[in-house]
Design a protein around this ligand. Sequence first.
Ligand code: F0G
Length: 465
Amino acid sequence: MTDLAYQRCIRPSCAATYAIDEVRVACQACGGLLDVVYDWDRLNPPRELSYFEGKWSQRYDPLALSGVWRFYELLPFAKREQVVTIGEGQTLLQSAPAVAKYVGLKGAGKLLLEYEGMNPSGSFKDNGMTAAFTHAHTIGAKRAACASTGNTSASLALYCSVTHLMKAVIFIGSGKISYGKLSQALDYGALTMQIAGDFDDAMARVREVSSRLGIYLVNSVNPFRLEGQKTIMCRVLEGLRWEVPDWIVVPGGNLGNSSAFGKAFAEMKEIGLIDRVPRLAVINATGSNTLHELYEKRSLRWNGGEPDQSVADGYYQELDEHARRASTIASAIEINRPVNLDKCLRALEFCDGVVREVSDQEILDAKAQVGAGGMGCEPASAASVAGAKLLVEQGVIQPDERVVCILTGHQLKDPTATVAYHTTDQDQFNKVLGSRGVKRASYANRAVAVPNELDEIVKAIQLYS
Ligand code: F0G
């Protein structure tokens, strides 16, 4: 293979290669996941990260404005003129001292929150969507599909509606998507297939349907998605003036982000842009904890590219035998069969990673803290903060280390969970959250009910403020 960019099976024992314009979500030879691979020697990318600062003065150019394509030289699989961007990646790395205290970190600037909610569709997915969409466009796709817990579908639907380049077909589980996300897909005009089942069912179906109908699949099994998501790490480094933090903590669902982050650091190290890598912590919700179970309890490892498939298969068989379905208030990560498992194992190996699980109670409490001391986030995102807190308590993260938690989605994505947490009505609280073992709203900010009378309102404000 002499191309500057191509696709390659991630299993070293196979390493089959495919041209960049082939549409594949798995290796034809062995069924493994695919990587986008670059010939860095011939591409000759920048050797200093500060090179990218030059793009800031060119913000009239959509590629320099985009927080993804500003790092074009690190994902050069398409020609510049082929790139489809809607201005994604204008995100913030926020220092959050109050949340740092909650997590147990000591000292200024130790906890940073990478707020991906500022993306056009309100989640980190736009980083990946611009890349997959660009690839889809270069190969002439007219329809694109995904299964989704809500954010991928909102993102795909938005790229379709803004650009009119493709039609979106989205698959969601019935009753498994927050209203904020569903409203986006409907508003943006996506063909929305609500199937009887959960995300894992929808994922399996969309693979069959897209293969039968020749629809371009944009789930994170698509290797181009992950190319865009690599740039989240570039922006984290940028926010730290190109210093590498000690830890990256990220929620784990389908494991696209964690996989992309590992690839980003591996490539930046190979190119010589960084000389050390941060440690990676991937946080599952207790009710959908496949990675935690496989990695921490059953010791499944990347193992030089030969993870023991029987460990994962055995676990999935147990799930089926007990009819165990994923269940968490963090609906975005309510996933039992993560499609990027192998790539995530590789990332954990490269970044000396750990995996933890946190309960819905811990997630919602952390979310309330992020709301009170950060920019807010949706429940799944707060798993990162809850996970960081747990790791500090366990002595895995040291209190003086610098930790970046990825806040993957906007606060307004799932108002139902937020309002239920803060509600004054215990029945309502139990109805929405109780069945999942959330017993108390530790940081509830309850609305104060007052009669519509001036004196009463004044009295109440004096009482409560
Ligand atoms: N956080 C949010 C807000 C998400 O929407 C997702 C995934 C994740 C975390 C997990 O990321 O899959 O890369 O490990 N949402 C997908 C979707 C599955 O369909 O929107 P991951």
